[in-house]
Design a protein around this ligand. Structure first.
Ligand code: CO
Length: 195
């Protein structure tokens, strides 16, 4: 089922989500919810969707970065972002650890803030300990764009959105991003935005 995505202003996007029990994860209700979240993320389309975004205050998110989309992007754009395909998977009750490697800045967006984008600094590498859809413990080591997706989705589970972390002067509409900024390097963007 394709679910309605909550936009900024819905209370649930600003509240910490609660952890799921192993027993809950294995219920048909949660398994169905996961299926609907995949469907909603793919229809959007997006590379991640957290349960609070569909009005459910649970520590659950789905992630998928499809080769089908990556194939339409320039190789140099993908290389700069260290963006590679990520197979569909679920993170439940995640614990995030920032790894060495510093921060990297890129424009990012969110399905709950449609039509906008901004530069957000995110850790280059992270480790995530969580449960999968079978309630099994999983450790994910990620860097580049995948690490960014994980940080963005885990933020949602704590009531945080990218606008809380963005370089505020870089906040802009998608159309203007496409028109003026899309083809600039991050260094050039920085230079144009710094006072
Ligand atoms: Co988001």
């Amino acid at each position: 089922m394709n679910l309605k995505v909550c936009e900024a202003g819905e209370m649930v996007l600003r509240q910490p989500a609660r952890a799921l029990t192993v027993k809950e994860i294995l219920t048909p209700e949660i398994q169905d919810l996961i299926g609907s979240m995949y469907e909603t993320m793919r229809a959007a389309p997006g590379v991640g969707l957290a349960a609070p975004q569909i009005g459910v205050g649970l520590q659950l998110a789905v992630i998928e970065d499809r080769q089908e989309f990556l194939g339409k992007l320039p190789p140099e754009y993908l290389a700069e972002r260290q963006r590679v395909a990520v197979a569909p998977h679920v993170i439940i009750n995640p614990r995030l650890t920032i790894e060495a490697g510093g921060d990297v800045e890129f424009f990012e967006g969110c399905l709950s803030l449609p039509g906008f984008t901004a530069i957000v600094a995110r850790a280059h590498a992270v480790r995530v300990e969580c449960l999968n859809e079978r309630a099994e413990p999983v450790t994910i080591e990620a860097h580049g764009w995948y690490a960014r997706i994980l940080q963005h989705e885990i933020d949602h589970l704590h009531g945080t959105m990218y606008i809380d972390r963005m370089m505020s002067r870089s906040f802009m509409g998608r159309e203007n991003f496409e028109r003026h900024w899309k083809n600039l390097s991050m260094g050039e963007c920085r230079k144009l935005l710094d006072e």
